[in-house]
Design a protein around this ligand. Structure first.
Ligand code: 0PR
Length: 381
């Protein structure tokens, strides 16, 4: 094929994709990446962090990024990696916890304590690593029931997982209380802040009460945090941060013929593009810039909440981050989703609770919400 035909075909294919710019993607945790991050991403796309001796500059950039994210999460010295996303970050943390457990308890069968609100990446992990899942109940308000947690701990407990910004509701578990329980029993506590990691630190700047979720809580041993969600980074930008160097070192595998002797990542060959994008965005926005972004999405979230509340048939749940969940009394959730799609709106459906889920990402503007509310009212009538 000649170049023109190739690109004509690619354009045609892309016409079938939805765009964030349309404001119609209401159920995604990704958004339009900031152009400055994209520029840095492209600049480093051919680098390979899998061979650090060849790319010493890019490798240095990764350690700078890990320090910067560590600082955001109140950790003086941070260890970790930029990875492809929340799934890889969670796998990395669970592998480390498993290797530690196996070293100390070679004969025991490892159990992972987690809530039903955990992202489905944990189902992949449970299968891959042959772990026994032990589910901690959720309260009526969909948070980990901390009163039940301690009863579930036994000699087989390998790790506790808590969520800072659940996928379905955007709720933050009571990490401080969970952290004290984990600390007391000397069990690793992994916090999945894939979504909340780039929201909560900035929300804490604009609201009176501080949401504790990070390494300030002494029992937290590792955190997943994804710049490709609320960090405005392009896709394939995830992060895994460990409090202790030993926990990262547990993942170390010899790489005899490379320029470096060992690797502590799951992926081998991996581009430095994500690292460059995240470094650039953190420097470009800083605390103030990200705080403005979070303030803006929280304002739109409140605006949406208030407008949904005004509709008689709608029950909208309280929100903690920029995620909303609602039901319509007279309509089942799946039919409502289908009807909304006919009007061009892509929303998602959550399982617990069974409801319509809206993620108010930075590409959602007030005018999109106004149009959405008009269409929703038409459907309900
Ligand atoms: N942990 C939490 C709390 C998550 O919400 C997610 C993804 C992950 C881990 C896994 O992250 P990766 O998908 O980066 O591996 N949550 C979103 C979800 O499942 C992912 C997503 C994003 C889905 C954009 C669709 C979409 O359009 O809803």
């Amino acid at each position: 094929m000649d170049d023109e035909d190739i690109f004509n075909y690619l354009d045609k294919i892309q016409d079938n994709d939805m765009t964030y710019e349309s404001g119609r993607i209401l159920g995604s945790m990704c958004t339009i990446p900031d152009p400055i991050g994209l520029e840095a991403y492209k600049k480093f796309i051919i680098t390979n962090l899998g061979d650090p001796g060849l790319f010493k500059g890019t490798t240095q950039l990764e350690s700078e990024v890990i320090s910067m994210i560590g600082e955001l999460l109140h950790l003086k010295v941070a260890y970790g990696h930029i990875v492809t996303g929340g799934t890889e970050a969670n796998i990395t943390a669970m592998c480390s916890a498993l290797y530690k457990f196996k070293e100390e308890n070679p004969k025991l069968k490892p159990e992972i304590i987690l809530p039903r609100s955990a992202h489905f990446s944990f189902n992949k992990i449970i299968k891959m690593l042959s772990l026994k899942p032990v589910y901690v109940d959720l309260t009526d308000n969909y948070h980990i029931d901390t009163t039940q947690l301690e009863e579930l701990i036994n000699e087989n407990t390998m790790v506790i997982v808590a969520i800072a910004g659940t996928t379905e509701l955007g709720y933050v578990d009571d990490i401080n209380v969970i952290s004290e329980i984990a600390y007391k029993h000397n069990i690793p506590l992994h916090v999945d802040a894939a979504f909340g990691g780039f929201v909560i630190p900035f929300l804490n700047n604009i609201q009176n009460h501080e949401i504790l979720f990070d390494f300030k809580c002494r029992g937290v041993t590792s955190i997943t945090i994804d710049p490709h969600k609320m960090g405005l980074a392009p896709i394939q930008c995830g992060g895994i941060i460990f409090r202790n160097k030993e926990d990262l070192d547990l993942l170390s595998i010899k790489t005899p013929y490379l320029t470096h002797d060992f690797q502590t990542t799951i992926v081998g060959t991996r581009s430095g593009a994500s690292t460059a994008a995240i470094w650039t965005l953190l420097k470009h926005y800083g605390m103030d810039g990200y705080t403005r972004i979070v303030e803006n999405v929280m304002n739109i979230t409140r605006y949406t909440y208030e407008n949904l509340k005004k509709i008689e048939d709608v029950c909208v749940r309280d929100y903690e981050l920029n995620l909303l969940s609602f039901n319509v009394k007279s309509m089942d959730v799946n039919s409502l989703k289908e009807e909304l799609l006919k009007y061009g709106w892509s929303v998602s459906v959550s399982e617990i609770p069974h409801a319509i889920r809206l993620v108010i990402m930075p590409h959602i503007k007030k005018e999109h919400i106004d149009e959405f509310i008009v269409d929703l009212k038409k459907i309900i009538k």
